[in-house]
Design a binder for this molecule. Sequence first.
Ligand code: COA
Length: 147
Amino acid sequence: MTDLPEVEPPWHIEPATSVAQLVAAGHLFDRPVEPESAQEFVDDPRHHLLLAVDRTGHPVGFVSGVVLVHPDKGREMFLYELGVDGAARGQGIATSLVRALRDLARENACRGMWVLTDDDNPAAVRAYLRGGASEPTHHALLEWTLP
Ligand SMILES: CC(C)(COP(=O)(O)OP(=O)(O)OC[C@H]1O[C@@H](n2cnc3c(N)ncnc32)[C@H](O)[C@@H]1OP(=O)(O)O)[C@@H](O)C(=O)NCCC(=O)NCCS
């Protein structure tokens, strides 16, 4: 891809601060929005979700992040999820969202930002690199599913 366009893109980025915005962006998430979880999310100042919205007001992408704090590491932004509507991909929207979350991390006095993704997701890895991340390292992901 050539560098991001210098002309104003046909979308803008705005923070989601209400359940209504999250519901309107529901088509971008993996699963249906749960009203209680959405309310808890917007009520928690450490949780952030930025929306890319097209000129018609339709949400076409999002990135979410959580500010984590640890005694020896200070504050870090965990980039939780990133997604762009299939029809809107390849225009630099993900790259712009990642950069916007990085800027928000700076504003929140974070020392860094990190994300976990799959090796076989070149579009995501590319968007993170274009968004200023360092080259990927190899880690193991282990999960607990709690009944
Ligand atoms: C990953 C995703 C968010 C990228 O969105 P996007 O708006 O199309 O990304 P951008 O337009 O900003 O492009 C970012 C880079 O990825 C590259 N890219 C896009 N699709 C690609 C593909 N299928 N294979 C390789 N590179 C690809 C672009 O060319 C660009 O790199 P470049 O600037 O060096 O040319 C989108 O594909 C998506 O929503 N995928 C499903 C959800 C997902 O996997 N999320 C990440 C979970 S960690």
